[in-house]
Unconditional design. Sequence first.
Length: 256
Amino acid sequence: MSKPLTIKANLLIYLVGIIVLTAILVVSITITLGKVTAQAEYEHTVTDQIVNNIHTTKYFTAQIQQFITDSAATGESDGIEDAQKNLQAAMQSLDAIKKASEELTGSVDSTQSRLKELFETGKNMVSAYNVSREAGNVIMKSTNGFDDQAEKTIDALEELDGKVDHLQELAAQKLESQVAFSTTLVFVLGGFLVVLAAIGGMVIYRRLLFMLGAEPAQSQRLAQQLMQGDLSASIELPATDTQSLIYILLQMRNRW
């Protein structure tokens, strides 16, 4: 027959269980919060930078259109040079978007091609206007002409903007999911802690009753009465109790 665990052993097992579960709770929450923080940091730094670069690209695109249109009207080459500077700036902004998110590479490449085509068509239009107004109007108004290219470039930017919005929505959903998981984890592990504490307390209480045979106060009172010579003192025990301290004391009293 195996030797029953002592109160000390029971308490030790109970405390180890509480400590282990608490450690799991703390580590899990720490890891989850780290993920939430990283996702929030991504949302704040990367996504915001992408949005800012798209807005910047839209501004440079409008400037390209404006400078080319002015150059076509005046016949001066300064507008082409200014448009080229804005084209380079727009390309840099789009390159920054590709660097920030590989998922947008295809859309960014398409937008860059549109911008280059818009600029080249604009240069051809300016040259045509220097020849005649009619020739310039043909390039401006024709299919795949300057106005058509400008509209397609704006559409490409709007499509890119929409994809960024979608990425922001996915990032927000992921963040919400991680927060919800963290909250659930706290409740689940916290519930386990409560249950473990309740079960552990009940097990230790029942173990004490099994060893003493009655509440500690009752056991103490019986021992004091017997010590004072009061052999009439007694406590009602279950018929199955043949090992408790009270049972042994009562057996000793009966022999006196």
